[in-house]
Design a protein around this ligand. Sequence first.
Ligand code: FES
Ligand SMILES: [Fe+2]
Length: 357
Amino acid sequence: MSESLIDADIRQARTLPSRFYTEPEQFNRLKSVFSGWQFAAHSSELDAHTIQPLEHIEAINGESMILVQGDETRCMSNVCTHRGMRLALEPCTKKSLQCRYHGRTFNLDGSFRHMAEFEQVYNFPDEGDDLPQFPLKQWMGMFFTAQGEAMDLPWDMLEERLGFLNPESFTHDETRDRDHSVDANWLLYVDNFLEGFHIPYVHPELNQALDSSGYVTETFDGGVMQIGKAMKGDVKFELPTGHPDEGQDIAAYYLWLFPNMMFNFYPWGLSLNIVVPVSHNTCRVLYRGYVRDAELANEGAGSVLDTVEDQDQWVIEEVQRGMESSVYDRGRYSPTKEQGVHHFHRMLARFLTPQEP
Ligand code: FES
Ligand SMILES: [Fe+2]
């Protein structure tokens, strides 16, 4: 079984071989991991538009999709059922969808409405002329969609942890949005996110806001939760009575959902990172900011985000170059600090076909 590529026992295990970071064939082999749940939008982004193309998902897995607000919110194909033109090219507030190629129109529920010069076509329209729909999951005010089969995630368990923040009430703040190109394989961005081990070495400013002795990593099916503890007197969450972490001084919840979504919850709100795979040695990272309390945004662990991102990008670009070495292949994991990276590599190994050890 290819799962044995990464030993289940972290003390025994070796890290993912360097070819997964450097070879185009391995990059292509892992593309199927992007067909499951993907973040589509936060509810605060839907208010302004009835039709919203999900450009970032198209960049991630090649599926052109739109989020549509009709009598309900739906996710459907953005490809015209006539000859394949992309339908919505930018967000809009229209009450129907008209293809710009030959004018076919669709209702906001995706059903075919009208097309000129098709009177003589037999059995037309049929259900193949409607826009195919994709699954849509709403979780704490965030919408997720999937291209193919999506693994079930412990949504309720996560909501028990984070629901007190009431993320559905957050508002999207465009000034916090960023789109960075990084000269590194997408796996390296995720690997780096999944451990706080590097914080004292790579992020001196962040290190001052976090109590590294209290850093906790929890793994679960489909993701990893890391909990950063606040330094004395620093900004922290006000946890309600009965919360699973009641009594602790928590500065940040860092949630990663397989394979490429990172939800960083701070007392001021949510910083979301989405990693877009581009090639075996480049990726893009999209940052979105959703604000809960703007006054807190300049304090504590979440206040030095741009600096932290620059430092992370610097280090993973250096690692990408290191991966090209002819004498480096695999390393070992720290059993106390790298459980998240090990868990991610185990999940990836499950996706790899058995032909290769
Ligand atoms: S491709 Fe859309 S109407 Fe022809
Ligand atoms: Fe980092």
